[in-house]
Design a protein around this ligand. Sequence first.
Ligand code: NDP
Ligand code: MG
Length: 390
Amino acid sequence: MIKQKKIIILGSTGSIGSQTVEVVNKYPKLFKVVGLAANSRFDLLLGQIKKFQPKMICIGPDPTGISAIDHPQAPLKLVRGPGGLKQLASLPGADLVVNALVGAAGMDPTLAAISAGHDVALANKETLVAGGQLVMQAVKRKKVRLLPIDSEHVALHQCLEGRDPATVKNLILTASGGPFRSYSSKQLHSVKARHALNHPTWSMGKKVTIDSATLMNKGLEMIEAHHLFGIPPERIKVVIHPESIIHSMVEFCDGSIIAQLSTPDMRLPIQYALTYPQRLPSLVKDCRLDEQGELTFHKPDRMTFKCLDLAYRAIARNGIIPAVMNAANEVAVEYFLDGRIVFMDIPAVIEKTMSGFPAGRRIDIANITKADSLARTKAEKIITTSFNKK
Ligand code: NDP
Ligand code: MG
């Protein structure tokens, strides 16, 4: 019999968080939700609290609109803000922390969960981009499992399982190419946030949808794969595959390529991470290749979509530079969503922020946090002096 897992869902009201709840609801005997964290969608959070009756919840620091949650019935404990997220992530007795937060704010709770000895199912790729080395060292030290939720990494995890690492030649990440796949730089100058938010194959939170449109998402995922699987960046390739049926591939030394295919639906990689090492029936529609028709592949247009190369440059410099790149990207995406910069300004802001930033020698949490904060200030300054439309 499979042991019930006590789980904590950070970001339970978001795209990944809500789909995690769907997976949990499919297997209520396998999971007991003991903790939830959300920021603003309190109606959704309240429903989840009623259903799961967790021990602890965490809400964001914003005090508006939370009166319903402010006076929770005992024994529910309410914590708040970044400190609260760490407290929740290290709740004693939990088995697995699902990190579905967005942005580098997810790094501290990930480290807290690992320090407490909990396994982590990680959707929050920014954690590994900003602090990959620290996180992987902590995972080793505490002997916990860090399972990816990102579909590409779940694919790689399956293709690599049981293989001799010495036989791996390249990891091949697939990318849908986003809504602007075949656009020229000129066309990209006039695209608006509402166009970028219209992703052809995946329905996701706003930040990751913009990252998909700029190809920064693939850059972040390359760094994520580098840390998770210990493969050098130059052996992690990217191929555009608009149908999003092949979720990623591994090329071996004999020339064989092993791929994982499925209907594009995040509930499958989420379930893989939640039930690992078990494999169980899922909520996802069967993948009928005879109905699918063609699967196509192209080289990414790295001249037009510069974010991918910025990520390779950041990881080549290493140190705190990936954290700087990530922070600048978070700022630029926010300004783009607000209509204050144009789409093509996003890579320009990131490049200018990274430029001249020392990579640093000692990588610890204090240095990464400081670099993240300095990079945000620098990116905002660059935007207000060179790019701001308002
Ligand atoms: P969403 O924006 O949809 O969700 C983010 C979640 O985090 C929400 O529940 C939000 O709460 C919560 N949150 C934000 N700030 C805080 C805070 N300070 N305290 C507590 N909760 C907070 O993002 P996604 O689900 O799309 O993405 C999450 C992560 O997963 C990202 O790193 C993304 O790159 C990655 N990912 C996403 C995929 C997808 O399909 N969506 C696919 C692969 C990876 P609230 O809603 O209440 O404001
Ligand atoms: Mg992905």
